[in-house]
Design a protein around this ligand. Structure first.
Ligand code: SF4
Ligand code: FE
Length: 491
């Protein structure tokens, strides 16, 4: 099948029987729900841009499995060039949506499971890699979106999976059958889960022998029997239910997270890619996390580009653009943003070939990338708020600006009064100022702040997870030897 258009993607979601719950109720027409739809539009951009000639080189690739043209989001990286194009593609999509476009988790999971399943088979003579290749061909040919699902709810953090009072706090096998497995549990914070056709499940952490039943990787369709999802709230999400287009900040696009529950779901053997090989859980986690930490050197940079632009517009609309401190703040924002991009490109350029043949990013540099992402977007957002001014959080509602209710002695309406007192640069309509303020509010504090701020902190692993990896990969012993060699110290 050819690549899907954005419209075909949206229509394909309607055909799924995905069970979605929000505000305590089942949402039947979730595709057109005003809170959910912006996240669908956002993901649809990964389809739309792949259709455009000018972006084909970034957005599509030739599958090493079939030789067919596929969306890059379903591609196995064949070299550093593919890894670099991936980061550039993510920056582009961040620029076009100012949101999390969700499809990267599947791409990152494909690449991690592909190489890990190869190495499990090498040790045990299993056929997980063949299973996975067939699954991936199915996804590539249908141009599906897949939720790469790693994060379990995890319960008591001091306990391993098998020690939890409730075994379901990590996804696990409850029945081994001739023809497959039955699983229970849940994956939390699942980016784009509702908007995905399939889910690719991976273990969330290293596991020991007693955790065998939790050392699992498999795929299942979104509407498999026993799967349901509970939608995650975002700050100011109900503004999406309001009329108007200003107060919501970003009317068209947004991100999405959900809790995905597996209640005795049967998984046929051909969709199982790890089943008890606990010593490979760590490899899969490190590889997936590494890819997703690289990803942030693209997507967050693209969103940062839009936020820098919005801050510069706010300065212009406020009449402050010529102030030297404003110029300096925009320089600082750019410096921080491009530093993140440097990290994303660097870990890609230093990529290496796995035994399976696809390419993995440099783990140390990818973890440095993500560690910076846990900090710099916060500073960029702080500077954007500094430049915008307090109005971004104190301005009356769009409906006040539209109101014809008379309040003034001379018959002025609420709308006219708002327009008069919130005007700044006389060359700029007040409405433009309103739009840019609400947009900055949305990215720094509203629903898009999920993607730009808190996700920058915790997505792809919280800061401490990167510090552990930086310690493991930092080769301090080798560096000590460098110092010994030069100083002539002999042990
Ligand atoms: Fe992609 Fe970034 Fe969203 Fe992760 S946070 S899915 S890398 S856009
Ligand atoms: Fe993410």
């Amino acid at each position: 099948m050819a690549l899907m258009t954005a419209e075909q993607y949206i229509e394909s979601l309607r055909k799924l029987g995905t069970r979605v719950y929000m505000f305590g109720e089942k949402i039947d027409n979730w595709v057109d729900h005003p809170i959910i739809r912006p996240s669908i539009n956002c993901l649809a951009m990964t389809y739309e841009l792949a259709q455009q000639e000018e972006y084909k080189d970034l957005m599509t690739a030739t599958s090493n499995l079939t030789g067919h043209t596929v969306n890059r989001f379903t591609h196995l990286h064949q070299g550093p060039d593919d890894l670099i194009k991936k980061v550039k593609m993510q920056r582009l999509l961040g620029q076009k949506t100012a949101s999390c476009f969700q499809r990267c988790v599947g791409m990152d999971a494909f690449n991690a499971v592909y190489s890990t399943s190869f190495e499990i088979d090498e040790k045990y003579g299993t056929s997980y890699h063949e299973n996975f290749k067939n699954f991936l061909i199915e996804m590539q040919e249908a141009d599906y979106t897949v939720d790469g699902a790693m994060t379990d709810p995890k319960g008591d953090r001091s306990k391993a999976p098998h020690q939890q009072e409730d075994a379901d706090l990590f996804v696990h096998v409850v029945e081994q059958r001739e023809d497959g497995i039955v699983v229970c549990g849940a994956k939390a914070h699942q980016t784009g889960a509702v908007n995905s056709h399939w889910h690719l499940i991976m273990p969330t952490q290293s596991m020991g022998e007693n955790d065998k039943d939790w050392a699992l990787s498999f795929a299942c369709p979104s509407d498999a029997e026993g799967v349901y999802m509970i939608y995650g709230r975002q700050s100011c999400d109900t503004r999406k239910m309001e009329e108007g287009s200003i107060d919501v900040g970003n009317k068209k696009f947004g991100g999405q997270e959900a809790l995905v529950v597996f209640d005795h779901v049967f998984i046929p053997s051909k969709y199982v890619f790890m089943n008890g090989e606990y010593e490979f859980a760590n490899m899969l986690v490190e590889r997936f996390a590494g890819y997703h930490r690289q990803s942030y050197g693209g997507c967050k940079v693209g969103v940062g580009d839009v936020l820098i632009g919005a801050a510069a517009l706010a300065a212009e609309y406020n009449g402050a653009e010529k102030a030297s401190h404003i110029k300096d703040k925009l320089i600082e924002m750019t410096h921080l943003n491009e530093t993140l991009y440097c990290c994303g490109i660097a870990c890609s350029a230093e990529g290496w070939k796995t035994k399976a043949g696809n390419y993995q990013i440099d783990l140390l540099l990818a973890n440095v990338c993500k560690q910076n992402v846990t900090r710099f977007p916060y500073e960029i957002a702080r500077l954007a708020e500094d430049i915008a001014g307090g109005l971004m959080v104190t301005m009356p509602a769009e409906s006040d600006f539209d109101s014809e209710t008379v309040v003034g002695r001379n018959g002025e309406t609420i709308g006219q009064i708002c327009d008069k007192f919130f005007a700044a640069n006389p060359a700029i309509p007040t409405e433009n100022r309103q739009r840019v303020m609400r947009f900055i509010e949305n990215m720094c504090l509203g629903s898009s702040a999920v993607g730009y701020r808190t996700e920058s902190l915790h997505g792809a692993g919280s800061p401490q997870a990167q510090r552990i990896m930086i310690q493991r990969q930092g080769n301090i012993q080798g560096k000590k030897q460098l110092a010994k060699d030069i100083t002539g110290i002999e042990d």
